[in-house]
Design a protein around this ligand. Structure first.
Ligand SMILES: [Zn+2]
Length: 62
């Protein structure tokens, strides 16, 4: 499944691919190509909505 988030630091769009096979509650670490910030995305599957809900926060780099 293709999803995207906005970088918590700079707002750039970051593509994520999330596989339901990997679980219905996942933590995905994705580095922003624009600013290098490490975004930590919590993806929890919303069974009512039929899609993942994403919660993103940024971890300070360096
Ligand atoms: Zn960024």
């Amino acid at each position: 499944m293709e999803h995207y988030i906005e970088c918590a630091a700079c707002g750039e769009e970051i593509d994520l691919s999330i596989d339901f096979e990997d679980g219905d509650d996942q933590e995905i670490r994705q580095q922003c190509e624009a600013c290098g910030a490490l975004n930590i995305v919590r993806a929890s599957f919303d069974y009512a909505g039929g899609d993942f809900e994403l919660e993103c926060h940024c971890e300070a780099v360096g």
